[in-house]
Write a protein that binds this ligand. Sequence first.
Ligand code: HXC
Ligand code: NAP
Length: 284
Amino acid sequence: MGPFAKDLLKDKVVLITGGATGLGRAMGEKFLELGAKLAICGRREDVLKTAASEMSSFGHEVYYKSCDVRDPAQIYELVDSVEKHYGGIDVLVNNAAGNFISPTERLSPRAVDAVLNIVLHGTFYTTLEVGKRWIEKKTSGTMLNIVTTYASTGSGYVVPSAAAKAGVLALTRSLAVEWAPYGIRQVAIAPGPFPTEGAWSRLSPTPDLEQKMIKRIPLARVGDQEELSNLAAYLISDYAGYINGDVITIDGGEWLQGAGQFNDLSEVTDDQWDELAKMTRRGK
Ligand code: HXC
Ligand code: NAP
């Protein structure tokens, strides 16, 4: 049981980059349950093939094609083949990403490019290829970009990702205005920590680091993929038709924990508060 009518996304054709794994796959399964027709891409053909076959148990068949989003020629082929297969595309989800933790001064230029080329350039290329076609054919559509909370704040130790996701957020907001007259809507989701093999192996590879991450979250838990998928389903549905250019954060309050100057006072005990109150009331 979910919050939506079973036909919320009936016959909408959705293309998800990086849709064979992690959050991309979770979103895809939700969209299928709600009646969407799905296409997924990624670099690894074998991973796509297995995922597409397993995901088809959620509804319609799943169309897949290997595509490296760093290469505009491969994106052209991908979009062309999805259009041929389904007759068009209604929703593009830019979900493919690359990331790892590292002190910035340890990065080589190739390491910087490895992330920027997937996240910023890849997202821009797919957006451009799909957007041009929608504009030419005078069809409306929705683009959902998966960013991060640090797209707005920045973050040490994932600096190429932070810079790239900030660029994607700027792309979202810019095109929300420029392409709105064509009936093209832009939305973004900024997830906090949602355990996936891809993210955890590169960003939280030890139990110690994972616990540190969870400790920072006011709701004291990581996200559930179903929570993110439901948000995504709503945002690409016609019910969200007036949301354009916004980024919705889904992080249990994590980024605000870091932002509020006094939030670390949650560590103060009741006895300590009694003592502190004596001091702070002295100013009266
Ligand atoms: C330092 C690294 C590195 C690491 C790679 N490099 N990994 N440097 N620390 N952990 C360097 C390499 O040494 C090389 O530089 C350069 O980066 C390119 O490496 P390749 O392995 O050739 O890159 P490539 O095959 O293109 O792979 C891209 C990748 C990889 C980003 C490095 O991790 C990948 O494919 N990721 C895709 C999936 C992914 O990252 N998912 C997580 C998304 S989570 P030199 O100079 O040595 O040649 C996310 C948000 C999470 O985005 C937010 C959490 C809250
Ligand atoms: P993931 O499973 O590693 O997903 C990344 C996907 O992108 C993979 O399917 C990967 O497939 C694909 N990909 C990478 N490079 C590509 C390329 N050059 N061309 C085409 N596809 C490529 O990790 P995830 O956690 O689900 O992340 C999904 C999205 O959520 C990302 O945008 C990430 O930044 C965002 N996010 C995740 C979290 C989290 O906690 N999990 C938090 C904030 C934001 P191939 O390797 O086969 O190409």
